[in-house]
Write a new protein. Sequence first.
Lengths: 112, 115
Amino acid sequence: GENVGLHLPTLSVQEGDNSIINCAYSNSASDYFIWYKQESGKGPQFIIDIRSNMDKRQGQRVTVLLNKTVKHLSLQIAATQPGDSAVYFCAENIVGNTPLVFGKGTRLSVIA
Amino acid sequence: SAVISQKPSRDICQRGTSLTIQCQVDSQVTMMFWYRQQPGQSLTLIATANQGSEATYESGFVIDKFPISRPNLTFSTLTVSNMSPEDSSIYLCSGGGRALYNEQFFGPGTRLTVL
């Protein structure tokens, strides 16, 4: 099947800077997207989601952008903190047709 | 959101044996899934656990190797049968609703090592 991919496998940022994690998806029929954070030894933790009828959604220190024209998804983390260090996965599906398809993951390392 | 727990959290098993992993959700969820995650890699779906009927398996996974039960809306088990070292992985349970938009929440995972 089609896979969700990522541009950058690793990302290092200075504490306090903004982080941008990118994801390319290939299934144009996908209409729901989720970003997960996975810390070492833990299961994926839901961060934020976005529906295909939206271009942008904001949470606490996080923003997800969706560009359906180029099938691109990004997660922006403002004022990155050491606690943000983790692997981040994007996931997609078609509403009503679960389950989720996961991207390869990006490891975010925050430099103090 | 749903809180999902798994037992055991980790285990070391001998080749040829079987291990059953339990997943408990704190609230009723429509959908439950089992994933496998190799170290440093992404999540691969094994199957959808269907209440009261046979699980729906993804390509490359079969019922004889990964039998799954789901007797009710809050509980499921995954058995890894006749294990080999290649089965060493993290096994994750997730749950969610078949609502209009399908948030899925994950358990902490079971880290399995097969010797």
